[in-house]
Design a protein around this ligand. Sequence first.
Ligand code: NAD
Length: 298
Amino acid sequence: MIQRLAIIGVGLIGGSLARALRAAGEVQEVIGCGRSTENLQLAFDLGVIDNCTQDPAVAVKDADMVLLAVPLGAMRAIFEQIGTVLRPDAVVTDAGSVKGSVVADAIAVFQQLPSWLVPGHPIAGTERSGVAASFPGLYRNRRVILTPLPQTDATALARVRAMWQAAGAEVSEMDVARHDQLLAATSHLPHMLAFGLVDALTRMQESDDIFRYAAGGFRDFTRIASSNPVMWRDICMANAEALSLMFDRFGDEMSDLASAIRQGDAEHLLDIFTRAKAARDRFVDGIDPQSSDIPVSN
Ligand code: NAD
């Protein structure tokens, strides 16, 4: 059981972990830290946290487990503020959607990756943000990827693994670079397509009509364009290299589709659509129907 959990950034991700651990009886006390007093007050009123502060150094003092659940652009400043005040046996993990940047931020601040830091990423979320959007079942049957390095302390890793398992998640481990490449393909590029499509349509002259007559397919495809813009700006900055490679690949695919359409190559189009349908059907069949109503974001 965690005695004192400090959550830096009590939003969808941090708030949901606190709720899940509380529901499982796996945490004694939760300290919330954030910039917005309204959000912290709401977190307190909702029973997500027991106490709060706007100072990360105060939040982590006496905590045995710390979760950093802030946008990626805020990670380095948090490391600078908490590094010297942590309890000697404290374990710190994060939920950032890109792992290379978090590791680089930690090395920039501490000169090497601290043994107490276990980089992680829950592959669960929705397009909503803030503690009001958090719920205890967010991680149930979802994957959490941990990306430990050789310097990572084995006990710290085991404690973070146990924490996510207590929240209902299935935990796996992966190399940092592999994580960032995979997520560029499966999450970051799809978000770019949704943001890009909605923005392109918004800037067309007849955009009012376009949105008025948009149907379910458009709604499904663009749901994730309602995600937090600051979070996504930071993810793009942090995973620029892997995301750029995916853009190149996807650009080739779009050019291929466009030229097949222009040239009236019906057979080639049918090949692409049949292959894609089979792959998507296999993917959907593999999703647990019990939890498929939870909208997975990234
Ligand atoms: P959120 O906006 O719901 O919550 C973030 C919280 O951090 C907010 O309460 C905000 O006020 C606070 N915050 C921002 N800057 C801060 C700072 N400098 N100091 C202290 N608090 C600060 O966002 P979220 O969806 O919970 O995402 C949090 C992290 O989790 C991000 O790094 C994101 O990449 C990652 N993540 C998000 C999802 C998702 O689907 N939303 C999924 C997996 C991982």
